[in-house]
Design a protein around this ligand. Structure first.
Ligand code: GLN
Length: 551
């Protein structure tokens, strides 16, 4: 039977609960245990797919097409496992299920209430992954901060589960903040005491406290926290600020977080942690041999969480190339024909970011043109494969009114059109083309040389597609479709033949990049940027860099 670890947060948001949960999971996995993580979010949206990135950061998409919280991206990147629809549950989804059941008559005669009906449904979902018998440990991160009205039913569900299960099958790890007051020159434990008290009032007592702090806690302070919060001294874990999120598992191991968890869960069968690859990766990001400057062109650059997976994929790809990837954010809304060269000269490559709607699209098209004409390494994701086609149609094929119906519904030349099955859809939530689909690569193309295999699977999130009626004109003029969906003929990858590295993909390759398996296009793109930076870019096809290909 699986054992359960619940991770809650107190004092303030943004303490990095997702990273702490992922780091603990990594350590347990490194000891040979089968681990997965899930996240329960207290908001009422059924999933974050309908949320603006300004509200919620990136929407992460799983293999099975769930639109989820970006913490699932951290789980996958750290653990090198796939998560699924079952790994992210919101209050909205819980209520939706309960209300549907009520309409079906499942509770006939009864008043439907938060306790027990909502809490029962939360508990059912919390236990769901455990039923598969595939895991030894299931970590559950509870979104929000203890004390929020919205998270109360989740805390109550944890209380009930802890009461139902033997002590050694279910523990609670609480993440808090120990702020440093400059004026008093002191670390303060009071907010943590209050947060633990608040949890206790709700009937849940944390077994382990992980304390975020800017300064070392020291034994005295740890003892004080332990005494006032009623946990054992060895269960007070210091979580110092780290220079990179990938250092956190190592910091947590030094603090023996994994050992205290194993002790509390009474797990005696485990190995010494195997973190060799992880340490090599850390060494590489700490001591790069070279550096490239990559322009990230997007309309959400003020908010780094909006492009989380892209930024992390660059870290993985940089390590693979022994190279530091310096990201230069360029706001697409402010790029014009007049200032483009001033803004982009000196960069070694351009990644133009995906998105929805027309804001910032003109600037993206200008940037694409700049990369095409200046033979600068170029990588466009989703919307940007579409915009690369528009740019090529207008400026190379001379189809001046070429457009996407997303931006210009009544253009005569719909080079990008809404997918046929999407035209019938009226509901917005969870209705895009989502999740993993196969793609067949044409031999002797950049795409094929990057992946080194003929069939790949990548994840999608879009409604529009390249209009195949224009394909032969594109290919005759040097922009080819090098990746096609075998069932539908949908164009998944476009590339320029007379360019050292110009690739646009309809899917989101950033979602599958992990520490152990850096995404091949990102890796090759950084290699191309290094070559460009060294001034030796040429039209030779890129060599496959290592064993990066995954199908
Ligand atoms: N807006 C485009 C579409 O729906 C692209 C989406 C994206 O970039 N994820 O097709």
């Amino acid at each position: 039977m699986a054992k359960y670890i619940f991770v809650t947060g107190g004092v303030t948001s943004s303490l990095g609960k997702g990273i702490i949960a992922a780091s603990l999971a990594k350590l347990l996995q490194a000891r040979g245990l089968r681990v997965t993580i899930q996240k329960f979010d207290p908001y009422i949206n059924v999933d974050p797919g309908t949320l603006n990135p300004y509200e919620h950061g990136e929407c992460y998409v799983t293999e099975d097409g769930a639109e989820t919280d970006l913490d699932l991206g951290h789980y996958e990147r750290f653990l090198n496992i796939y998560t699924s629809q079952a790994n992210n549950v919101t209050t909205g989804r819980i209520y939706q299920t309960v209300i549907n059941k009520e309409r079906e008559g499942d509770y006939l005669g009864k008043t439907v209430q938060v306790v027990p009906h909502i809490t029962d449904e939360i508990k059912r979902r919390m236990m769901l992954l455990g039923e598969k018998k595939e895991f030894d440990i299931i970590l559950t991160e509870i979104g929000g901060t203890v004390g929020d009205i919205e998270s109360l039913p989740f805390i109550e569900a944890v209380r009930q589960l802890q009461w139902e299960m033997p002590d050694e099958d279910c523990i609670v790890v609480h993440l808090t903040l120990i702020p440093y007051l400059k004026a008093a020159k002191e670390l303060k434990t009071k907010p943590t005491q209050h947060s633990v008290k608040l949890m206790s009032e709700n009937g849940v007592h944390p077994d382990i406290l992980v304390c975020r702090t800017e300064r070392p806690l020291g034994d005295d302070l740890k003892r004080k926290i332990a005494l006032f919060c009623n946990v054992k001294e060895n269960a007070v874990i210091e979580a110092a600020d780290a220079s990179t999120i990938y250092e956190v598992p190592i910091l947590m191991m030094r603090e023996k977080l994994d050992l205290i968890v194993l002790q509390k869960l009474n797990i005696t069968k485990h190995n010494e942690p195997e973190l060799g690859k992880w340490r090599v990766f850390l060494e590489k990001i700490r001591h790069p041999h070279s550096k490239v400057m990559i322009g990230l062109i997007g309309k959400y650059i003020e908010l780094q969480d909006a492009y989380k997976s892209i930024l992390e994929a660059f870290i993985h790809a940089g390590a693979e190339n022994d190279c530091k990837v310096q990201i230069v954010n360029v706001h697409s809304e402010y790029i014009t024909e007049e200032n483009v060269s001033e803004k982009l000269t000196g960069l070694d490559g351009l990644l133009v970011a995906p998105g929805f709607g027309f804001r910032g699209v003109d600037g993206k098209i200008v940037a694409i043109k700049y990369a095409r004409e200046n033979k600068m390494p170029f990588f466009g994701i989703c919307l940007v494969m579409q915009m690369s086609a528009i740019e090529f149609a207008r400026n190379v094929l001379g189809i001046m009114d070429a457009d996407s119906t997303e931006m210009q519904p009544d253009t005569a030349n719909t080079v990008i059109d809404m997918m046929e099955e999407q035209k019938k859809i009226t509901m917005k939530g969870g209705t895009m083309r989502l999740g993993s689909y196969p793609c067949i690569l044409k031999e002797n193309t950049l795409a094929h040389s990057i992946y080194g295999v003929v069939e790949i699977n990548e994840r999608h999130r879009h409604r529009w597609e390249f209009n195949n009626q224009y394909l032969s004109r594109f290919e005759d003029a040097g922009m080819i479709a090098s990746g096609i969906n075998p069932q539908t003929g949908l164009v998944e990858i476009m590339e320029l033949i007379n360019h050292p590295f110009f690739i646009g993909v309809q899917y989101h390759p950033e979602l599958k990049s992990t520490v152990e398996n850096p995404q091949p296009i990102f890796v090759s793109f950084i290699k191309a940027a290094k070559d460009f930076s060294a001034g030796n870019s040429n039209n030779e096809p890129l060599k496959i860099l290592s064993e990066m290909s995954r199908s």
